[in-house]
Design a protein around this ligand. Structure first.
Ligand code: SF4
Ligand code: SF4
Length: 315
C-alpha cells in the first residue's frame, strides 16, 4: 500500500437525507478523512450511470451514492432506482475491478455518525485498493449522444486496463435497468412495410432494398426501448425486449431481422414492394393495376389517364 496515497472519492448525496446527514456531521465537528467531495443531487435517482462512469474515467478512486433509507425517499422510489443502477454498474464493471470502488449507502438526515462511519469505512477500502489505475491515462473525447459516450468510455476503460478478452455479461433480474433492450421481429408476421424503420427516433433500425430483397436489421446496442416500433407496427410483428448484452453493446452488433422478396414493376421492371405486402393488399381487394406497378410508373399512368379523361370531356 502506498502510504502517501490519499483517495479521492466522489460522493453523490441526496439533498434530503445523506447531504443533510453530512451537514450535521460537519456541524457536529465529527472527524472524517478529507478524502471525499460531495456532489449534491435532489435525489439519488438523478444519478445517471454515466455520471459514475465519468467519475472513474476522470480518475476518481472511488464513488459513493448516498441516499435515503428504503421507504423514506422524498420522491417515493428514487433511492431504489439508484440501487438498481448501482447493482447494474457493479455487474457491468466486475471484470474491471472498478465494482469494488463503487458503493451505495443509506444515510438519513439525522444520521451524522452513520455518515462519518460510511466515509471512514469506504476510505479504508479504497486505501487498501490503491489509486484508480485509469487516472494516469488521458480521458477519451466525449462525442455523440449519451449512448455513444457510454460506449466510448466503456471501451476506453477495458482497453486502459489491458483487458483484451472481455467476458460476456448480461444483468440478472436484480441488476437490469430500463433503457436497454432490443426489438425482436416475428418473421411470420412482418410484411416489410418499413413503418418501424421510418419511426424509430434513434435510427436503430435499418432498411435496405438490395438484389430484389428487402432487408431489415438493427443495431442492438442503441435501442432505448421507447417501444415506438412496437406500437406503430400494423402487424404486431415486433416485441421490444428489455435486456443488455455487454459483448453486443461493445461490438456494436448489427442483428439481421427480416429478409423479404420484392416484387417487380410490370412496366419498368424495378423492384419496389415486399411480396407479403402486395399479397396482403390483394387479399383486401385493392385493384390489381395498383399493385403491380411501382409508384413512379403509377404516377405516369394516372397522369395519362387524367389527360385522356380531360380530353374526352373536351376541357
Ligand atoms: S415489423 Fe411491422 S412495422 Fe416493421 S416492417 Fe415489419 S410489418 Fe412493418
Ligand atoms: S424501441 Fe424505440 S429505439 Fe428501440 S428500435 Fe424500437 S423505436 Fe427504435
Amino acid at each position: 500500500m502506498d502510504k502517501a496515497f490519499e483517495p479521492r472519492i466522489i460522493a453523490f448525496c441526496c439533498n434530503w437525507c445523506a447531504y443533510a446527514g453530512a451537514d450535521m456531521a460537519g456541524v457536529s465537528r465529527l472527524k472524517m478523512p478529507p478524502t471525499f467531495r460531495i456532489i449534491r443531487v435532489m435525489c439519488t435517482g438523478r444519478v445517471d450511470p454515466l455520471f459514475i462512469i465519468h467519475a472513474f474515467v476522470q480518475g476518481a478512486d472511488g464513488v459513493i451514492v448516498a441516499g435515503c433509507h428504503p421507504g423514506d425517499c422524498h420522491y417515493i422510489s428514487g433511492n431504489l432506482k439508484a440501487k438498481q443502477r448501482i447493482n447494474f454498474l457493479k455487474g457491468l464493471l466486475k471484470q474491471t475491478g472498478l465494482d469494488k470502488r463503487l458503493e451505495m449507502y443509506y444515510v438519513s438526515a439525522g444520521e451524522a455518525y452513520r455518515f462519518q462511519e460510511v466515509i471512514e469505512e469506504f476510505t479504508e477500502r479504497i486505501r487498501k485498493l490503491g489509486p484508480n489505475p485509469l487516472k494516469k491515462l488521458p480521458p477519451p473525447k466525449k462525442e455523440g449522444n449519451k449512448r455513444e459516450v457510454l460506449h466510448t468510455e466503456l471501451l476506453w476503460i477495458f482497453k486502459g486496463l489491458g483487458i483484451t478478452e472481455i467476458q460476456p455479461w448480461q444483468p440478472s433480474e436484480e441488476e437490469i435497468i430500463p433503457g436497454f433492450g432490443t426489438p425482436v421481429y416475428d418473421p411470420d408476421k412482418c410484411v416489410g412495410c418499413g413503418a418501424c424503420y421510418n419511426n424509430c427516433p434513434e435510427n436503430v433500425i435499418m432498411l435496405e432494398d438490395v438484389d430484389g430483397k428487402r432487408k431489415i436489421r438493427h443495431y442492438y446496442w442503441s435501442c432505448i426501448t421507447c417501444r415506438t416500433c412496437e406500437e406503430i407496427c400494423p402487424q404486431d410483428a415486433i416485441k421490444v425486449e428489455e435486456g443488455f448484452d455487454l459483448t453486443a453493446f461493445l461490438q456494436q452488433t448489427v442483428h439481421d431481422d427480416i429478409e423479404l422478396p420484392l416484387v417487380k414493376c410490370r412496366i419498368c421492371g424495378k423492384f419496389f414492394a415486399p411480396e407479403p405486402m402486395v399479397k396482403e393488399a390483394k387479399e383486401k381487394e385493392i385493384p390489381l393495376e395498383l399493385l403491380d406497378v411501382c409508384p413512379d410508373c403509377r404516377k405516369e399512368l394516372i397522369g395519362k389517364e387524367l389527360v385522356e379523361l380531360l380530353g374526352h370531356r373536351g376541357l
